[in-house]
Design a protein around this ligand. Sequence first.
Ligand SMILES: Cc1cc2nc3c(=O)[nH]c(=O)nc-3n(C[C@H](O)[C@H](O)[C@H](O)COP(=O)(O)OP(=O)(O)OC[C@H]3O[C@@H](n4cnc5c(N)ncnc54)[C@H](O)[C@@H]3O)c2cc1C
Length: 469
Amino acid sequence: MSEKPSVRTITEQARDIKVCREADVVVVGGGPGGIGSAIAAARTGADTVLIERYGHLGGMATGGLINILPNLSDISGKQHIYGLNQEIIDRMEKRDAAFYPRKKDWGTADKELVDFYNDTGLNLFYVRKDPNMGGKERVMYTAVVDPEVLKDELNDMVQEAGVDLWLHSWGTRPIMEGNTVKGVYFESKSGRQAILGKVVIDSTGDGDIFVEAGAEFDGELNNKYRTAWMASTFWMTDVNIKKADDFKASQPEKFAELMQELLKLGGYPHYLKGILGNQRNVLWYHSFQIQPEASDGKDVRELTRVDVRGRKRAVTTYEFMKKNIPGFENCYIMQTAPQLGIQGGRRVIGEYILDDKDMVSDEVHEDTIVVLANNDNGEISARHPSICIPYRCLVPKEVDGLLVACRAFSSTDSVNMYFNIIPPCIAYGQAAGTAAALAIDAGVQPRKVDYKALHKNLVKQGVNLPDTK
Ligand SMILES: Cc1cc2nc3c(=O)[nH]c(=O)nc-3n(C[C@H](O)[C@H](O)[C@H](O)COP(=O)(O)OP(=O)(O)OC[C@H]3O[C@@H](n4cnc5c(N)ncnc54)[C@H](O)[C@@H]3O)c2cc1C
C-alpha cells in the first residue's frame, strides 16, 4: 500500500506540566558530549541533572558499538587530548576494559606494530602516513574500550560527581522566556514533565533542543563526507579468525568473488577485528549505508527504513558468512547496536564557526578549550599537527541560557567530520559543563563567561591547554 502524506494539522490542547526538578545545569543527552558536560558541571559545583532517552550512558560509544577513541595523539605520537578523556581510559584500564598501544610506541614506524594494526582493519584509527617521513606509516595513540563496562563506569562517574541522572527520558522542547532557555520539557513513562535550569546544555548530537529554541543552525550535508552516511553496527562472535585469514590469503580471488556475491545479496563484507583482550574471536561491522540523498537522520520514516534495512543486512551477512567462509562455521551475531549510527547533521551557528581555514591555522585562541590532533590523514596534519578549538564554537549566536556540547558544535560540514568524534565531544562537554557552572556562579550568561577563569579551571582538571597570555 503506498503511503499518502497527510497535510492535516490539529491543535494540541494547552495543559499544565509538572515541574519535577529545578537545577542549575540541565544536560540533555548522555553521549560523549553529555557525560563530559554533566560530570564537569557537577564537579565544578553546579546542581546538575542529566537526561538520556535510553537506559544507559555513552551514546554512540556504547549503544552505537563505536568503542574506538581515536586521535588522542598526533601523527608524531604526541598526546594532545588529556582531561576527562584520559581519566575515562585510565579507569577503564584498571578494569582491564581498555586497549591501546604502549606509550613508548606512539609515533613509532616499527614495521611489526604497523603491520599488526593494519591487519586488524583498524588502521584508519591507529596508523597514519607521515609525509615528513616520506609517507612512512606511524602508530597513533588511539584507545578501544569495552562498551558494556563503559556503561557501568560512566554510571559510576556521574554518580560520584553528584549528577542527578534521569534515564529513559526524552528531551523534547526547551522552556523559553524570550530568547533565553529556562529548562526543558521531557517525555517518559511518567508522562510529560519539566525540569527548570539556569543553563541547558544540548548534547543530543542532533541539536534537538537548540533547533526548538530557535537558534540558527547549518543543516548542510554532503554525501562526499562520512557525516552524511548512516550506519547500523553489529558484532559477530565465535569466528575462527585465523582460519578465515588463511582462507583469504590462500584463495584471495575466491574470497573477493564471495564478498562481491554477499554485496549483491545486500550483505556487508567489511569488518574490523576486535582487539580488546576478551574479544579475540569477535568482528566489528560498522555497516555504513550511504543514502541516495545526504541525510541528517531526523526523518523518522527514513530512520525506520534504515533500521529495517540494517537488520536485514546484518542477518544476510551472518547467514552468508556462516555458510560460505571457513572460520565462520560457528559464528553468530553477538549484538546489534540499539542506537542507529548517525554521523553528522544539524550544527548550531555559534559565536565562532570552525571552518577550513582552521585546519591550517596555528592560532591559539584566548578561549581555547581543547587542543585536538589534526586529522586529515595527509599533508595538512604533517604541517599543522594540532589545532585549538575555541569555546565560542559551543555558544549559540543569539539564544541565551544554552550551550551546545556534542557533534552539533558550530562548524562547517567539511570540518565537522574531523572533529565530531568521541574524544573531542567528551572534551567539548568538559568545557561546556565547566563554563556553565562558572557562569552561574558569576551570575552571567554562558557567552559572558570569563575565559581566563575557564582556562584556569580546565587546566586544574588536567586539560592540556596552551598558554594564552
Ligand atoms: C558508524 C559510526 C562509526 C563511527 N566511528 C567512530 C570512531 O571510530 N571513533 C570516534 O571517536 N567516533 C566515531 N564515530 C562518531 C562518533 O560516534 C560520534 O560523532 C560521537 O559519538 C558524537 O557524540 P555526541 O555526544 O555528539 O552524540 P551521540 O554519541 O549520538 O550521543 C547523543 C546522546 O544523546 C541521547 N539523545 C539524543 N537525543 C535525545 C533527546 N532528545 N533526549 C534525551 N537524550 C537524547 C542519545 O541517546 C545519546 O545517548 C562514528 C559514528 C558512527 C555512526
